[in-house]
Design a protein around this ligand. Structure first.
Ligand code: SF4
Ligand code: FES
Length: 385
């Protein structure tokens, strides 16, 4: 067995607690409780191991990472270890003083997620009244410290009409980069797919807007994540399973991607039991779909097999029930037609109500997998900050 290259980036999900309730949240349906979270010491050890492994970037995320009172300590440790530190935040809990403290601690970059540009709809999508205004203020504090800013815009059927305004907002807030990412349908987003999938007409309009924005705003870096349900080829999800990236959950499980636990039948090692190097290099879950040996046809003999790595394992599992299938986003997959049919069916009707991301809305099977909450402060809806 040859050893894998070091990962490039690590996503540290410091907590699943979050005051927002976005219906497309990438956290699992089985949200982890505050009582089980890794403590500061465990995260500090993890940061050292991440740097020793050769990774370059650490993304502090959640849930809402600013819920953790030790965030500045972790940011400082990452900076000291030579990691490029990026904060991915909803920003609604930030204060000007905290932004300054994070910058002081050595943070390199901030990504703020927006739910829309229109405050009423943004707050409705995020399930948090007054959130949009707080985000605008936080974005200005970030820029005032001199930190580079990215706006994360998750787009879907219920906010794509404001795509041109999203670029205007990025310019107004002096952002360096904007990420326009169509919802990826696993976990909560899969539960809310009929409410979120854009129509084909919306998609076509949005492509024209994005192309025009590239010309209108040459100084703004634009990243675009396409909607798989209308794609002809899949994306190289995670840059290939177990090749460039891993994710640490709040309780310390180490995953090849943030949605990997949606794939049943895989088990994931914890950094409480093994070193990150051992997990990265040898754990079964990472080996399972790494490289090309696991591939079925048509991927096995396809010239793109080392370009897109067969697409997304989580999507293959969500649509076909088998993570070892070609991603159905690929038109060469025998299951490709299913995605177009689902999209046509679900967008023909008015969107249903959102099923918001909160403990109480998890399916019964997911709730049963949880230990009882230690108290209200452990609830994702009620951050203990
Ligand atoms: Fe990618 Fe597999 Fe489709 Fe080829 S057949 S384009 S490797 S997903
Ligand atoms: Fe898990 Fe694509 S989201 S491999």
């Amino acid at each position: 067995m040859s050893l894998p290259e070091p990962p490039i980036a690590v996503l540290a999900e410091l907590t699943h607690r979050c005051p927002l309730q976005c219906p497309y949240c990438s956290n699992p349906l089985e949200l982890e409780r505050a009582a089980g979270e890794l403590d500061t010491e465990a995260w500090l050890r993890a940061l050292e191991e991440i740097a020793e492994l050769g990774a370059l970037q650490i993304h502090f995320s959640g849930g809402e990472p600013t819920v953790r009172k030790d965030l500045e300590t972790l940011v400082a440790a990452a900076a000291q270890a030579g990691l490029y530190g990026n904060l991915i935040t909803s920003a609604v809990l930030l204060t000007e003083a905290r932004v300054e403290a994070l910058a002081e601690a050595g943070l390199d970059h901030v990504q703020i997620s927006f739910q829309d540009t229109e405050a009423g709809n943004a707050d409705r999508v995020g399930g948090y009244a007054g959130g949009h205004e707080k985000k605008l203020a936080a974005a200005r504090w970030v820029r005032a410290t001199g930190l580079p800013l990215t706006l994360n815009m998750v787009v879907h059927r219920q906010n794509l009409q404001h795509l041109p305004q999203m670029f205007e907002l990025a310019i107004e807030l002096d952002a360096h980069r904007i990420e326009i990412a169509h919802v990826q349908y696993y976990g909560w987003a899969y539960e809310n797919r009929a409410a979120l999938l854009p129509t084909r007409a919306q998609l076509e309009d949005s492509i024209a807007v994005i192309e025009a924005a590239g010309k209108t705003y040459p100084g703004l870096a634009i990243d675009y994540v396409v909607p798989d349900y209308y794609a002809r080829r899949p994306k190289a999800c995670m840059g290939g399973w177990g090749q460039r990236f891993f994710n640490i959950t709040p309780t310390g499980r180490v995953l090849p991607c943030h949605a990997a636990e949606t794939i049943t039948g895989l088990s994931f090692d914890s950094l409480r039991d093994k070193s990150l190097r051992e997990i990265w290099e040898t754990s079964e879950a990472f080996q399972k779909f790494r490289g090309v040996d696991w591939m079925p046809e048509p991927c096995r003999s396809c010239e793109r097999r080392e370009v897109d790595w067969g697409g997304c394992r989580c999507q293959a599992f969500a649509i076909t029930g088998d993570a070892a299938q070609t991603d159905p986003a690929c038109e060469l997959s025998p299951h490709h037609g299913v995605m177009a049919e689902l999209a046509a069916e679900e967008t023909a009707e008015a969107p249903p109500e959102f099923r918001y991301r909160r403990y109480a809305n998890a399916p019964e099977t997911a709730k049963l997998a949880q230990p009882p909450a230690a108290g209200r402060e452990a609830d994702a809806d009620q951050p203990a900050s």
